[in-house]
Ligand binder design. Structure first.
Ligand code: AMP
Ligand code: MG
Length: 500
């Protein structure tokens, strides 16, 4: 973060209704002033498009001609208001790197409103808010491209995530380690509420607000908790259990695809179990269980193999925050228990799918553990291994798989075990399933980096190409094999930190 280059938000002028063809409301705004501050985004001069997702526009219900308009560019950069929307920044707190950080909040994200179908639209990098804490309220081009692309990449992979409608830029300077330029990501999600929202009201002994927030989340997103028979009908304990289960399922998917989030602070944990706040994330290249993707994470708190435990730690912090509503400590602990059974079950399920196994059998866990050991021993490329294995199971030709290993004794012993388990060395049906499970394309750091460097020269075609590939990462996309190859040597020198 750095000091501001932006003027204070201008006095509101009456905006012309944009022909977005949508009715707006804002359920979160109705919670009251303890939860947020109403304010408008700070405009950016001469905005331009960096990337646009037609898919999100359609799902959001936007008219295609509006999304293509100059007005859309202004609204999605924060330069024009959204009539009927109720722009606000929300307050939350949280634990960062395991330490209580106190009040944080939307320091640069502004919620514009919510559609009648219940999707919120938020601008990230839209200027200062009362929660900016000395930051400039801005986001830079490189981090915005990464968030824009990764949101849609995760969705393409079938992983719950906030979505990205667009990324827009401006030549307005933003000071980080060097002088960069500003960008805004328009994000879409049913809700951007984080564990940290609950921690905020708990830490400040604001039990009424805590209850209001929990009731809102239950009624809007977890209505089944109202009618639970578990925990003696305790809806708040049921909420904690439901969030634990969604988080467990999310973590299983991250681990299976080799996704490292990089900053799993409690303020970056979605109450809906969505991947949220893309910063120094990385998809694994070679399989290193202890891989640390965040250059600022010197102790490896958020290393790849730590993620499932950290999620549980974060859920514990959420449980602590919900304790005034849940009542009994033992009940809260019981509600958290589900994580410890759901995560391994879900993870094994994802790994079995990666192996083309349609059902669960005894011994599967050993088969999985053994292949993970082989991959770790040689730092075998995670994505390429699984994709080649999928093709091999379909065709019966395993040479491209064994070629990935210098020492082939291990893989030569393991492959027959898989074939045995599948019931033959060739299984076209299992192979097809594997090709729909093990992606060809993931947003590797070097791919993002190339698109960013082109965008810094005002060439946004790389962003569009990647978006197209990552939206359907299981398709072959003839002619684009270069995007599915091994990372170049320089990829390991890319340093990505919390700076964004
Ligand atoms: P993050 O590390 O991006 O999850 O952000 C942690 C906290 O810092 C959140 O409250 C953010 O809103 C805030 N923050 C990060 N960058 C900035 C910035 N440039 N200006 C204001 N607040 C920021
Ligand atoms: Mg954050």
């Amino acid at each position: 973060m750095s000091s501001s280059h932006d003027p204070a938000p201008a006095a509101q002028t009456t905006p012309q209704p944009p022909a977005m063809g949508l009715e707006w409301r804002n359920g979160f705004a109705d919670l009251g002033p303890a939860f947020h501050t109403r304010l408008r985004p700070t405009p950016l001069p001469s905005p331009y498009w960096i990337g646009r997702s037609e898919r999100v526009a359609r799902e959001f219900g936007l008219a295609a001609d509006w999304f293509a308009s100059a007005e859309a560019l202004e609204v999605l950069t924060g330069n024009a208001g959204l009539p009927g929307g109720d722009a606000l920044a929300s307050v939350y707190s949280g634990h960062q790197f395991g330490v209580w950080a106190g009040q944080l909040g939307d320091g640069r994200a502004i919620l514009l409103g919510e559609t009648a179908q219940g999707l919120e639209l938020q601008l990230k990098g839209a200027g200062r808010t009362p929660y900016s804490r000395g930051g400039d309220g801005r986001a830079v081009l490189r981090s915005s491209i990464r968030e824009f692309l990764c949101s849609e990449a995760m969705h393409g992979l079938g992983i719950p995530t906030t979505r990205a409608l667009s990324a827009t830029g401006s030549d307005r300077g933003v000071q980080r380690e060097t002088l960069e330029t500003a960008a805004v990501v328009a994000r879409v999600a049913p809700s951007f509420i984080r564990f940290g929202h609950f921690e905020h009201f708990a830490a400040n002994q604001m039990d009424d607000e805590l209850r209001t927030l929990a009731d809102y989340v239950i009624d809007r997103y977890y209505p089944a908790c109202r009618h639970t028979e578990r925990f003696g009908g305790n809806a708040y304990a049921a909420l904690l259990e439901a969030v634990s289960e969604r988080t467990a399922a999310l973590l299983a998917r991250w681990q299976a695809v080799g996704f490292c989030h990089g900053v799993m602070n409690t303020d970056n944990m979605s109450i809906l179990g969505l991947t949220i706040d893309y910063g120094p994330f990385q998809f694994l290249d070679g399989f290193d269980p202890r891989h640390i993707c965040n250059h600022s994470d010197t102790n490896g708190r958020y290393a790849y193999n730590q993620q499932p435990n950290v999620a549980y730690w974060n859920l514990y912090a959420l449980g602590q925050a919900l304790l005034p509503l849940i009542g009994e400590q033992e009940v809260a602990v019981a509600a958290l228990e589900s994580y410890r059974s759901v995560f391994p079950r879900e993870f094994e399920g994802r790994m079995r799918a990666k192996l083309g196994l349609a059902d669960a059998r005894e011994g599967d866990r050993l088969l999985i553990d053994d292949v993970l050991k082989l991959l770790a021993a040689e730092r075998t490329d995670w994505t390429i291994f699984w994709r080649r294995l999928s093709h091999a199971v379909r065709s019966g030709d395993f040479a491209p798989v064994t070629d990935l290993f210098i020492d082939r004794t291990g893989i030569d012993a393991w492959l027959p075990r898989l074939a045995d388990r599948l019931g033959g060395t060739q299984d076209a049906v299992a192979g097809e399933t594997m090709l729909r499970t093990n992606p060809k394309f993931v947003l590797r750091n070097h791919l993002g980096q190339q698109a960013i460097e082109a965008a810094q020269r005002k060439d946004f075609s790389g962003v569009a190409t990647l978006l197209n590939l990552l939206e359907t990462p299981f398709d072959e996309h003839a002619g684009h094999d270069a995007y599915a190859g091994f990372p170049p040597d320089w990829a390991s020198t890319i340093e990505i930190s919390c700076s964004s």
